[in-house]
Design a protein around this ligand. Structure first.
Ligand code: FMN
Length: 252
């Protein structure tokens, strides 16, 4: 064998070795990627046992995503039970929920919201018939509609804002339980704010809303919104996006 031939063979061997190692690294990379993807999917598909997974998967699921099928009463009862365990300053437990659960009562909510929308949007020249119809339909496809209320006791030691926070925590508990059951829900603040007071106080309900909910004149109850609850497809519970927590936190 000549010297030229030997060096040719060495470089060919070197090229083959390089090729094999490149292929091996590519395969290893692919393997690691698929393992990572599998772990991610496993996490995404975990059956509601991991609290963090439920928190991340909780989505506002809107009536247009509801199938219209009834959901089990057990779900709503468990959601309400979870609400009961929310914290409140001085343990005032200031939540009050009015659950509209049958066809007629839910339709009445839809009619109230549609009519209220018509009145307020006509006043500002923004009325849309499609939106009006949607409000009627939203109520029909929901399994339950819960009026989220803050019930302040006379002479409560708590500032109103703290009581609102407590109600919101109760609603989050309900939302998480709904997610665990793969039941859709979302908090709507439609028709909650009386336009006359929108800029003066956190929440002032209109007389029409108070009348609809049978809240007496001297009753310090305030409606903070509506929790629409309905059956939906499992793929409604996808992870969403949020800003990195580092943008929202400072350690000192
Ligand atoms: C107090 C409160 C009021 C809300 N009101 C409305 C509403 O009136 N209309 C609406 O489409 N969504 C409403 N939402 C839902 C938010 O739009 C939703 O939470 C947000 O877009 C984030 O989406 P996610 O819940 O799927 O993470 C409300 C949420 C909260 C907490």
């Amino acid at each position: 064998m000549t010297q030229g031939n030997a060096s040719y063979q060495t470089s060919a061997l070197f090229t083959v070795v390089l090729g094999i190692s490149a292929a091996a690294s590519a395969a290893a990379y692919q393997y690691l990627r698929s393992q990572h993807q599998r772990n991610e999917n496993k996490n995404m598909n975990s059956n509601g046992s991991d609290l963090m997974d439920i928190i991340k998967r909780r989505r506002s699921v809107f009536p247009k995503q509801y199938t219209g099928e009834a959901i089990q009463r057990e779900v709503i009862d468990t959601m309400l039970e979870a609400a009961r365990w929310a914290p409140s300053h001085h343990l005032t437990e200031p939540w009050h929920f009015i659950v509209f659960s049958n066809k007629e009562s839910k339709e009445k909510v839809g009619e109230f919201l549609a009519k209220d929308y018509k009145v307020t949007s006509t006043a500002t020249g923004k009325f849309l018939r499609k939106k009006y119809e949607k409000k009627l339909k939203n109520a029909k496809v929901s399994s339950y509609i819960i009026a989220i209320c803050l019930h302040r006791k006379q002479g409560s030691k708590c500032p109103e804002v703290e009581e609102i926070c407590s109600v919101a925590m109760a609603v989050q508990n309900m939302h998480l339980i709904a997610t665990q059951y793969k039941v859709g829900c979302y908090w709507s603040s439609a028709s909650v704010y009386d336009p006359k007071h929108k800029k003066t106080r956190a929440v002032v309900n209109s007389d029409a809303l108070r009348e609809f909910l049978h809240i007496e004149k001297d009753d310090a109850t305030i409606c903070l919104g509506w929790l629409f609850v309905g059956d939906c497809r499992e793929d409604c519970f996808k992870y969403s996006t949020r800003k990195p927590i580092t943008e929202k936190v400072e350690f000192r």
